[in-house]
Design a protein around this ligand. Structure first.
Ligand code: G
Ligand code: G
Ligand code: MN
Ligand code: NA
Length: 253
């Protein structure tokens, strides 16, 4: 309860910020995207992890306001970077299942327009729980977003309950292999088998594959050999403040 009311205040007091974690092409080694991740700078507690406050926000419904703030802030930031002549890869924003209602495409379109940001400049990351809810309604909303020119990525893939057969029903262009399967590469046989199966399947479905939580050069080589497209993880960079990410882009990494 305490977190809930403090979180409400955080929204109005500008205590929230977005960090950016680069996504790197395994082919070129260049930054080809980034994921925006919420951070809360609490005046007393310091930096509070989203692992703590996102679940509370989901339970209380506050995630709707948080989610709107995230979209707004990501678009504002992209606009600022573009005005500074930075060449921007797409920025991915996490969407909670609760944000997925009929009005979502219209709301997103309005934010994009307000900041003069093109739809392909913002990607959306969703989780499997949304697919499991799997109604025609969800598919219709996704199709609307794709028709607007947005790309959808499936986050934490492999940790939920969606069957592989589900995947082709949804207009998803990117799969993100959950970091729990990346940790054991290339030494854990089971993780290797799972990673290989996910990459093979995604290739058949013509989806891009991003590996999350890549921390070692060995994991990277294994993923490259599998044919994985992009990596995201501490090996390349932690999530970092906007100014640091802009600096990285300027250095042409
Ligand atoms: O950045 P970190 O790894 O600490 O994030 C922890 C969790 O919080 C992750 O599961 C991540 O997806 C989630 N998260 C971070 N930012 C957002 C956001 O803007 N919206 C939603 N819905 N979840 C987020
Ligand atoms: O659930 P989601 O995938 O959106 O969450 C991403 C989370 O993973 C963020 O909290 C981010 O800080 C964390 N993360 C990103 N890269 C790594 C990594 O290489 N190792 C570990 N342990 N966590 C990571
Ligand atoms: Mn994510
Ligand atoms: Na993830």
């Amino acid at each position: 309860l305490r977190i809930e009311s403090e979180l409400r205040q955080a929204l109005s007091n500008n205590e929230l910020m977005l960090y950016y974690q680069p996504k790197v092409s395994l082919r070129s080694g260049r930054i080809v995207g980034a994921e925006a991740l919420l951070r809360w700078r609490h005046p007393v507690r310091g930096l509070v992890s989203p692992g703590v406050f996102i679940p509370v926000a989901e339970e209380t419904g506050l995630i709707l306001d948080l989610g709107s703030w995230v979209l707004e802030e990501a678009c504002r930031q992209v606009r600022e970077w573009k005005d500074a002549n930075l060449i921007m890869p797409p920025i991915a924003v996490n969407l909670s299942a609760r944000q997925f209602d009929n009005q979502l495409p219209k709301r997103i379109a309005a934010v994009l327009e307000r900041h003069g940001v093109q739809p392909d400049q913002i990607n959306l990351e969703i989780t499997e729980s949304l697919l499991v809810r799997g109604t025609d309604n969800v598919i219709a909303i996704m199709n609307e977003l794709v028709a607007m020119g947005m790309a959808l990525a499936l986050d934490d893939f492999g940790t939920g309950y969606s069957s592989l057969a589900y995947l082709k029903k949804f207009p998803i262009s990117t799969l993100k292999i959950d970091r729990s399967f990346v940790i054991g590469l290339p030494y854990e046989e089971n993780d290797c088998a799972i990673a290989r199966a996910i990459v093979t399947m995604a290739q058949q479905l013509r989806q891009e594959i991003v590996a999350e939580g890549v921390e070692t050069a060995e994991q990277m080589s294994f993923l490259r050999e599998l044919g994985c497209d992009q990596l995201q993880g501490y090996l390349f960079s932690q999530p970092i403040p906007a100014a640091d990410f802009a600096g990285m882009l300027r250095e042409g990494k």
